[in-house]
Write a protein of this length. Structure first.
Length: 367
């Protein structure tokens, strides 16, 4: 793997993963001991997920991109079927009124995470076709079908996500699709039309969801209910503020002792900030920024339209989720429940993110 971009991506993601494993070891040991009687349950599982993800990434890196493009429609349709399966009694599982997981024996799968990758592959394939076909103005209706197909699949996905409901994932997917449309170079009128329609739908959905409205109200008035809806924001602020410049030291967090909810997943950045301080946060944020910069350079340099759009989609996905998670912990935006890529505990998102990195590394062979 001689490509300089590939080496840079591996170095950046490897550094982020190492940080993730270290902070998860700090956060999870006491919680795991209290809940399960062993200190290393969550850490061990995360390492297993990591190894599975790395193996899968290597396989995807080796696969011919033409084969991936060939099966793009099948992959996204199969994923949509999995996404819909969460509503089947005995298979689907949820909490807090949301159905987002599939339970198959000892396995627990969140289809939404895999969907982000399969949709990126599908959209990149069909948008690349759309860009070429829309250049031919002689047969507009026939040539428009590729763009229409992308929009139809996205609408179907959006409908299922809204039904679950999973508005955060819908919003992330919408922004990913928007960036992919822009990078594809599609005609401005189509781009603006799709974006305006999507934003209209997204805003109207948010205004109709009581849970989402409650999160926005809590964000605007975090001190109104610090023992209830505002607890997570309040305790995250205490954790981040306690970290100071250099942090309390690894393993020294106080907020992980049951004060801050969801420390293994959604709020793990706050614990990281508490233990490593402002300096640690800056290092992590710079790693994500460097990844974003490198990824978009890959998208820019590659001459193949599919590769360019797919690279932009992957980089957008990782970067948007990192921005959302960190911003929510810093109190810049409302809480969303979006995991911090490569760091938050969880198999579905970690494995899928590593698969995406495998595809991105595959694309670097064309840059």
């Amino acid at each position: 793997m001689r490509n300089k971009y590939a080496k840079t991506i591996i170095a950046l993601i490897g550094s982020i993963i190492i940080i993730g494993i270290i902070i998860l070891a700090s956060v999870s040991t006491i919680y795991s001991q209290q809940k399960l009687g062993t200190p290393y349950h969550f850490l061990t599982r995360q390492v297993i997920y990591l190894l599975i993800g790395i193996f899968g990434a290597y396989i995807i890196y080796k696969i011919d991109l033409e084969k991936i493009k060939k099966y793009s429609l099948f992959l996204v349709l199969a994923n949509i079927a999995l996404l819909a399966a969460v509503f089947i009694p005995g298979i689907g599982w949820g909490s807090g009124g949301a159905k987002r997981w599939i339970i198959l024996g000892p396995l627990q799968l969140q289809p939404t995470e895999l969907l982000k990758l399969t949709f990126i592959i599908f959209a990149a394939t069909w948008l690349a076709k759309a860009v070429e076909s829309l250049k031919n103005k002689k047969n507009f209706i026939t040539n428009f079908r590729h763009l229409a197909m992308c929009c139809i699949v996205f609408i179907v996905i959006a409908a299922i996500l809204i039904k679950q409901p999973d508005i955060s994932s819908f919003a992330v997917l919408f922004f990913i699709f928007s960036i992919m449309l822009f990078v594809s170079g599609i005609q401005l009128r189509y781009f603006l039309g799709i974006i305006i329609l999507g934003l209209t739908i997204l805003i109207s959905i948010i205004l109709r969801m009581p849970h989402t409205i409650k999160r926005i109200e809590t964000f605007l008035n975090p001190t109104d209910d610090i023992l209830g809806a505002g607890l997570q924001i309040h305790q995250a602020a205490i954790a981040i503020g306690s970290g100071g410049l250099f942090g309390l030291g690894l393993g020294m967090s106080k907020q992980k002792m049951g004060f801050l909810p969801e420390t293994l997943s959604d709020t793990i950045f706050a614990i990281f900030a508490e233990e490593t301080g402002f300096v640690g946060c800056i290092v992590l944020i710079l790693l994500f920024i460097a990844f974003t910069w490198t990824g978009f350079n890959i998208a820019k340099k590659t001459k193949d339209k599919f590769s360019s759009i797919a690279a932009a989609g992957i980089v957008s996905w990782i970067s948007i989720q990192a921005f959302i998670n960190i911003s929510a912990m810093l109190g810049i935006i409302p809480l969303t429940g979006i995991a911090l890529p490569f760091i938050s505990y969880g198999g579905s998102h970690l494995i899928t993110e590593l698969f995406a990195i495998g595809l991105l590394l595959n694309i670097t062979k064309k840059s």
